[in-house]
Design a binder for this molecule. Structure first.
Ligand code: DGL
Length: 274
């Protein structure tokens, strides 16, 4: 048993798609969430910069004595791979491997699509992870650079014409490849799941990386007997590196009733201080 919080981070509000799943699957766990909104987006940056930011994010999260660290960010997960060392032996997972596993289990046709930020798609990390599990599968990917700004700016309603147009543009090459599974390889994308699903059609299974990461953490904590023994509902504590008001507004719109707790500010100076 371990009542320490689970630390979750992303460049912005996308990782809240993972928090929603943690709250659902692990309702008695405390969560510390950090959204690096001042430095968003990560997905258009170089691998070197993404790794530097990830290290700083992890250092910040670790100050909260977490028992598990989750990079709820497809971009960070693709850059660090499975072997991230967090120091002090704190277990770590990205969203990459759990999502790749889920896609391999879900496909019947052997054709998997992956969408993500430009950095994620450029890294080819999802394809490598999938082929390491099932070398026989075909993986087709496409970067969707406008999805993150559209989500962060609230263009998320199912009938939003701008987001629908962007989705059609980005998803057409994937749909033309007749995939039966699509990994939404960025944690922001499940927020526009309906738009993605409407374009891809009912026969395509959508994989949410945050949901798969939460299932993975549940399995590991159960196996290692590190679940909390708290009987009441766990608490969520949020940190953001830019406006806490904006974060709360966006998070409320996305998490609705489930958004509890206040948002605290973290300065870039605090993140970068060694
Ligand atoms: N949510 C992040 C991801 O999963 C990306 C957002 C960004 O570009 O910073 O890739």
């Amino acid at each position: 048993m371990n009542n320490a919080p689970i630390g979750v981070f992303d460049s912005g509000i996308g990782g809240l798609t993972a928090v929603a799943e943690f709250n659902r699957l692990l309702p008695h766990e405390n969560i510390v969430y950090f959204g690096d909104t001042a430095r968003l987006p990560y997905g258009t940056r170089s691998k070197e910069t993404i790794l530097k930011y990830a290290e700083q994010d992890i250092r910040f999260i670790k100050k909260h004595n977490v028992k598990f660290i989750v990079a709820a960010c497809g971009t960070v997960s693709s850059a660090v791979g499975a072997n991230m060392q967090t120091g002090d032996g704190v277990p770590f997972t990205g969203v990459l491997m759990p999502a790749a596993q889920a896609a391999c289990s879900a496909t019947r046709s052997g054709r998997i699509g992956v969408i993500g930020t430009p950095a994620t798609i450029r890294s080819g990390a999802y394809g490598k992870a999938i082929r390491a599990i099932r070398p026989d599968l075909t993986v087709v990917g496409n970067g969707c650079p406008l999805f993150v700004p559209l989500v962060e700016n609230g263009f998320t309603a199912r009938d939003n014409e701008i987001t629908k147009l962007a989705a059609a543009q980005y998803l057409k090459p994937i749909r033309d490849e007749n995939v039966d599974v699509l990994i939404m390889g960025c944690t922001h994308y499940p927020i526009i799941r309906d738009i993605i699903s409407d374009y891809m059609g009912d026969n395509v299974t959508l994989i949410s990386p945050g949901e798969e990461a939460a299932k993975h953490v549940l399995a590991v904590l159960t196996e290692t007997e590190m679940l909390s023994d708290r009987e009441e509902q766990g608490e969520n504590r949020y940190f953001a590196s830019d406006s806490v008001e904006l974060f709360a507004e966006n998070a409320k719109a996305f998490l609705g009733q489930e958004f509890r707790g206040r948002v605290e500010k973290v300065s870039i100076d605090e993140l970068t201080a060694v």
